[in-house]
Design a protein around this ligand. Structure first.
Ligand SMILES: [Ca+2]
Length: 678
C-alpha cells in the first residue's frame, strides 16, 4: 500500500495534479536528475524544480540532500504553496548544516597580479600577494555599479572560507576624522535635527593619503557625516590635491558637519579603493573591467573564492500559508536571505543565514516565526517581523525566538526589528553589532528573556533596545532581558533601553543591566511608562529622564514630530483605544508636552554613579518614584567572576534582590536561547 501511494504521489507531482488528502515527499540531491520522478531513490537535481512541483498540491516535504545548490534567481513560493494546520509544506535539509542554498558561484583561475596591474597599489607587499580573476572570461555576468549613496549596496561581494571578505579600505581598522567642513551643502537647523540640504557638501580631507588614489575609478567614503547616529556610504565626486577639498557626489540627508558647531569631528573611512588593497582578506572588484583583485588570507587552492551574484532574496514567499523552512544554510547572496510576505503560519526553523548583502530574515503576516535560527555577517538587519493591525489592536502573533544574531557587517543594521501589533521577541542572543540590538515600534509587543552584549560598537545616541517618537506606541513590555558589556561612548552615548523622543506607554520590568554604555534607561520626554524591578549594576547613570517634548513636538505641520497626528491616524479616541489606553485618550487635556505619568518602583542600583539623572526641565514631582534601592557593589563580591572586566554571575543575582522587600524574582535561568527549541 505504501508503495502505491508513493507512486501515485510521484505521478501527481510530476503532472502538477492536486492530491489534497496525502502529504507528499519530494527528494532533491546533488547527484539527482530533473527528469527523475523525485523519489528518494531517484531524486531531482534542482530545488526550484521541486518547489514548482509542490505548487498547488497542498502539504508535503521537499527533502534536500547535502551539498551546495546555486540559486541564480532564488526560490519563489506563492499563495499556491500552502500546507495545513495539521501538515505544513516543508522545505527541509536532510542533514542540518550540510545543505547549502547559495547565491554565489566559485571564482576560478586566479593568477598573480601583473606588474602593470599592480602599479597603483600602495603596499609593496600586496604586489606580491594579490591575485586576479577575469570574471567575464569565466562567464560571470557584468558586475553591477555601486550606488552613489548606500548602506547595504546589494551588489556583488566576495566570500572566502564562508566569511565575507572586506572590500579594500583605508584605514584598515577604525576611522579617520575630518573637522573642517568646506561646504555643508545645507541650511542651519530648521527643526530639531533637520536642516534643508541643497547639494552634496565638501570637507577638507585630513592628511595626504587621498593623493595616492585614482578618483577616476570611483572612491567611496563611509562616514558619520553629520550626526553620530547616522552613517552612510557616499561616492566622492572630486578631490583637489592642492587644497585637500573632497567633494561628495551625493547628498547626505542631514548635510555635512554639525549644524551647531564648526569644529566637530566626523569619523569616516574610504571604501572600494583599489590602491588600498594592502592586507590579506581585502579585495577590489573592478566593476568597469569585470575583474576581481583579491589578497586571500589562505591558499586559494584549499578553499573556494566565492562571488555573490543572486540579487533577489534566496528564498521568498508571498502569501504562502503553513510553509516551513528547516535545517538549511542560506548564504552568500547580494540581497536578503529569506523574505516571507503576507504569509500565515510560516516558520523558519533551525536555519543558518550568513553572508547576505542586505538582511537575514524578513517575515510579515500572521503567526510568522523564526525559531532557533542563526544570522551572521549580513549587511543590514538580522531578523525582522511585522504583523498585526495597530488600528484594531489585532495581534500578529509573529515571533523571533531562540535565535542567535551576531557579527553583523556594519551598515547600521539591528539584530532584530519588530513592527505592527502583538508580536514577540524572546530567548534570543544578540551581540557584536554597529548600533542597537533591537528596534521596535507599534503596540502590545512582548520582548523578554533576551541577552544582548557588545552592541553599539560604532554608533552613539542609540539604545540596545530602542523605540522612539510615538505617543501611540503603547502596551509594549520589555521584560527580563540581560543587557551588558557595551562600551561607554562620548556624545550621547549608548543606553541599554532607550525610549526616544517622547515614546510612551511602555512597561520595562525586571531587566538586568550591567556595564552597558552610558545609561541603563534613557527616557527622552515620554509619558506613562513603568520601570519596575530592574537591576542596574556598575552603570554611570541608572535612569535618565528629560523633558524634550516642548523642543520637539509640533501640532501644526506634517512631521515625524507631529505626535498627535500619529495618534489620530490610529484612531486613538476610538472606544477600543480609549479602553485599552485611557491615559493616552486624555493626553491633550493633561499638559501633553511634558513627561507625566512615569512610575519607577523597586529598581535596584548596584554601584551606579548616578542612579537617577533627572534633567533640570523635569519637575521631580512629575515622577512617581518609590522603593528604589541603592547598594554598593562591594557588598556583593560574589556577583562578578573572572579577571577584569569581570563577568556578571547571573546565578548570584538573588543575593541582590533579596535585599529588597517584595521584589519580583527574575527568571534568570530562562534568559537566552535554548538550541533545542525548534
Ligand atoms: Ca586596506
Amino acid at each position: 500500500m505504501g508503495r502505491v501511494i508513493c507512486r501515485l504521489v510521484v505521478v501527481c507531482v510530476v503532472l502538477g495534479m492536486p492530491l489534497s488528502a496525502v502529504a507528499r515527499e519530494v527528494y532533491v540531491a546533488k547527484d539527482g536528475d530533473d527528469a527523475s520522478p523525485g523519489t528518494k531513490d531517484q531524486p531531482l537535481a534542482s530545488i526550484p524544480k521541486a518547489v514548482e512541483a509542490m505548487r498547488g498540491s497542498g502539504p508535503g516535504t521537499i527533502w534536500v540532500g547535502p551539498g551546495e545548490y546555486y540559486l541564480d534567481k532564488g526560490l519563489a513560493f506563492d499563495a499556491q504553496h500552502a500546507g495545513t494546520a495539521e501538515q505544513p509544506l516543508v522545505l527541509r535539509g536532510t542533514e542540518p548544516g550540510q545543505v547549502r542554498l547559495t547565491g554565489a558561484r566559485t571564482v576560478g583561475s586566479l593568477r598573480p597580479i601583473t606588474v602593470d596591474e599592480a602599479q597603483g597599489l600602495v603596499s609593496p607587499e600586496a604586489k606580491q600577494h594579490v591575485l586576479v580573476a577575469d570574471l567575464a572570461e569565466q562567464g560571470f555576468p557584468p558586475l553591477g555599479p555601486l550606488p552613489e549613496k548606500h548602506r547595504d549596496h546589494g551588489q556583488e561581494e566576495v566570500v572566502f572560507v564562508d566569511r565575507a571578505m572586506q572590500s579594500a579600505r583605508w584605514p584598515n581598522e577604525g576611522f579617520v576624522e575630518f573637522d573642517k567642513v568646506i561646504d555643508s551643502g545645507a541650511s542651519g537647523v530648521t527643526h530639531w535635527v533637520s536642516r534643508t540640504v541643497y547639494r552634496p557638501g565638501s570637507f577638507e580631507f585630513p592628511g595626504e593619503r587621498a593623493k595616492l588614489w585614482d578618483f577616476g575609478r570611483g572612491i567611496w567614503l563611509h562616514g558619520f557625516w553629520c550626526y553620530e547616529w547616522s552613517d552612510e556610504v557616499l561616492k566622492a565626486a572630486s578631490y583637489d590635491a592642492a587644497s585637500g577639498e573632497l567633494r561628495l557626489a551625493a547628498k547626505h540627508a542631514y548635510g555635512i558637519g554639525s549644524p551647531r558647531r564648526n569644529d566637530s569631528k566626523h569619523p569616516f573611512y574610504a571604501l572600494h579603493v583599489f590602491e588600498e588593497l594592502d592586507q590579506p582578506g581585502e579585495y577590489y572588484l573592478d566593476r568597469q573591467n569585470n575583474r576581481l583583485f583579491f589578497w586571500p588570507p589562505e591558499e586559494v587552492t584549499k578553499a573556494p573564492v566565492r562571488l555573490t551574484l543572486c540579487r533577489q532574496p534566496l528564498v521568498r514567499a508571498d502569501g504562502s500559508a503553513y510553509l516551513t523552512l528547516r535545517d538549511l544554510t542560506i548564504e552568500n547572496g547580494c540581497d536578503t536571505g529569506i523574505v516571507m510576505r503576507n504569509g500565515q503560519h510560516c516558520r523558519v526553523e533551525n536555519c543558518l543565514v550568513r553572508n547576505m548583502g542586505r538582511s537575514g530574515i524578513s517575515l510579515s503576516g500572521f503567526r510568522m516565526a523564526a525559531v532557533g535560527c542563526e544570522v551572521t555577517e549580513v549587511g543590514s538587519s538580522g531578523i525582522s517581523i511585522s504583523g498585526g493591525d495597530r488600528k484594531t489592536l489585532t495581534p500578529g502573533q509573529c515571533s523571533i525566538e531562540h535565535c542567535h544574531v551576531g557579527r553583523l557587517n556594519w551598515e547600521g543594521g539591528r539584530c532584530a526589528l519588530l513592527n505592527g501589533c502583538g508580536n514577540r521577541l524572546a530567548h534570543n542572543l544578540f551581540h557584536h553589532g554597529p548600533t542597537g540590538a533591537v528596534a521596535y515600534g507599534g503596540n502590545d509587543h512582548v520582548l523578554e528573556l533576551n541577552e544582548a552584549h557588545t552592541m553599539c560598537i560604532h554608533y552613539a545616541d542609540v539604545g540596545v533596545f530602542y523605540t522612539g517618537r510615538d505617543w501611540a506606541s503603547q502596551g509594549n513590555i520589555v521584560r527580563w532581558n540581560y543587557i551588558h558589556d557595551v562600551a561607554v561612548k562620548g556624545g550621547s552615548g549608548a543606553q541599554a533601553i532607550y525610549l526616544d523622543d517622547c515614546d510612551s506607554g511602555e512597561t520595562v520590568v525586571g531587566n538586568i543591566v550591567h556595564r552597558c554604555g552610558n545609561r541603563g534607561v534613557l527616557l527622552g520626554g515620554g509619558r506613562d511608562n513603568t520601570f519596575r524591578g530592574n537591576i542596574f549594576i556598575d552603570q554611570p547613570i541608572g535612569i535618565h529622564v528629560d523633558g524634550r517634548g516642548p523642543r520637539g513636538i509640533v501640532f501644526d505641520q506634517p512631521s515625524s514630530w507631529n505626535l498627535l497626528a500619529k495618534c489620530q491616524e490610529l484612531g486613538y479616541q476610538s472606544p477600543l483605544w480609549q479602553e485599552r489606553y485611557p491615559r493616552l485618550a486624555r493626553i491633550m487635556d493633561e499638559n501633553p508636552l511634558q513627561p507625566l505619568g512615569n512610575a519607577m518602583h523597586a529598581n535596584i542600583f548596584v554601584g551606579c554613579q548616578k542612579p537617577f539623572d533627572v534633567r533640570k526641565e523635569v519637575d521631580p514631582a512629575w515622577l512617581d518614584r518609590a522603593n528604589n534601592v541603592e547598594l554598593p557593589l562591594a557588598e556583593f563580591p560574589e556577583l562578578l567572576e573572572g579577571q577584569p572586566p569581570a563577568r556578571l554571575n547571573l546565578a548570584k543575582l538573588p543575593a541582590v534582590w533579596q535585599r529588597v522587600d517584595g521584589f519580583e524574582p527574575i527568571p534568570i535561568e530562562k534568559i537566552g536561547p535554548r538550541p533545542d527549541r525548534h
